[in-house]
Each structure stands twice: as structure tokens, then as C-alpha cells.
Design a protein around this ligand. Structure first.
Ligand code: FE
Length: 192
């Protein structure tokens, strides 16, 4: 199904033409995509780490995520209407786009292939706990799962729980624990 902007389709079509005509090497384009996939989640990780160390920032992030994220210099297309949801011992948040593949590019980069798969999009709704088990995430039975459906209007960022044993850590070091999946809800931060 088409992305709400049609951008990935346009990019793909353009890429095909450029490669066919010999203007660019497919390998070079793949490298660019990989860089973007890598850089994007690092932005999100900075937001999460700031949230963990700065109570006032956390408050702003949970109240108005778009402007709190912009404070760190991240924003723009596909990140205009951000909502941050915070995991707690009581609730674990999981993000899906049941319609297509809406995703917050400025803080997470490009969506992984599985995020766009029909299997992920349906199972996240029908059996979120089973889906999390497939991703290697086992939650306490007492932790309920809240599933959020991304749209063109709202994009979500999950703030995972700060791992134990990280007291006194600086932001940069904390951010290294926060991988992409933990900000979608299909993963947890690394525990040192
Ligand atoms: Fe979508």
C-alpha cells in the first residue's frame, strides 16, 4: 500500500531510472540508505537519553514532543506531529502503522522492512504479546501493552525504561544503549 506521501515509491522509481541509465551505482545508493538508517535512530536515542537525565525535558517531551525534539535540532518531514509515549512497569508501548508505514523519520530514520510487512501490521493488533515474543521481548504479565497506530497526523516515539545500573551515566553513554527497536516498542534498551 502507498505511503501517505508516495515518497518511497517516487524515490524507488527515480532510483531505477538513474541506475538503468548508468548515472549512479546501486551500491552507492544502498550505502546512502544505510547511513540514513543508521543516523536516524541515533537522533531518537539522543532524545531518549536527554529524557532520562533531565526531568524538565522529560516533561516537555511528554507534553509536546514535536517541539521538545526540535530543541535537539531534529524535525522536518514525517516528524511534524510527534507524540512521545513512555514505558513504565505498568505499561509497554508498541507502535505500528496498520494502514501503511507511517514512521517518524527525523528520530528513527527509515522504517525497517518488517515494519511495512502485512504480518507485522496485523499481528501487532491481534496478538501484540506474541509478536513481542517473536522479537525476543518477554514482558511481565502485569505489564499491559498499549498499541499505537501511526498515521499521517501522528508519529510516535517510545521512551523505553532506563536500564538499571546506569545511575550517574552521562547522556552520550546512555544513548548508546538505545537501539531503534526499543523506540518502536519491539525491543528493549541494552542493559549494561
Ligand atoms: Fe502509514
Amino acid at each position: 500500500m502507498a505511503d501517505d506521501t508516495g515518497t518511497p515509491q517516487r524515490v524507488e522509481a527515480l532510483e531505477t531510472i538513474l541506475v538503468e541509465k548508468g548515472y549512479v551505482e546501486p551500491a552507492a545508493l544502498d550505502a546512502i540508505a544505510e547511513i540514513y538508517e543508521d543516523v536516524g535512530p541515533k537522533n531518537g536515542a539522543k532524545v531518549v537519553a536527554r529524557c532520562w537525565v533531565d526531568a524538565a525535558y522529560r516533561e516537555r517531551l511528554l507534553t509536546d514532543a514535536t517541539s521538545a525534539i526540535a530543541e535537539l535540532g531534529f524535525g522536518g518531514r514525517q516528524g511534524e506531529h510527534m507524540v512521545a509515549v513512555e514505558n513504565t512497569p505498568e505499561v509497554h508501548h508498541l507502535i505500528v502503522c496498520t494502514l501503511c508505514s507511517c514512521y517518524p523519520w527525523p528520530v528513527l530514520g527509515l522504517p525497517p522492512a518488517w515494519y511495512k510487512s502485512p504480518a507485522y501490521r496485523s499481528r501487532a493488533v491481534i496478538d501484540p504479546r506474541g509478536l513481542l515474543a517473536d522479537f525476543g521481548v518477554t514482558l511481565a504479565e502485569s505489564q499491559r501493552i498499549e498499541v499505537h497506530d501511526s498515521t499521517a497526523e501522528i508519529r510516535y516515539l517510545v521512551v523505553p525504561m532506563r536500564p538499571p545500573g546506569t545511575e550517574g551515566w552521562l547522556e552520550d553513554k546512555l544513548a548508546e544503549l538505545v537501539a531503534r527497536d526499543s523506540m518502536i516498542g519491539t525491543g528493549l534498551p541494552r542493559v549494561p
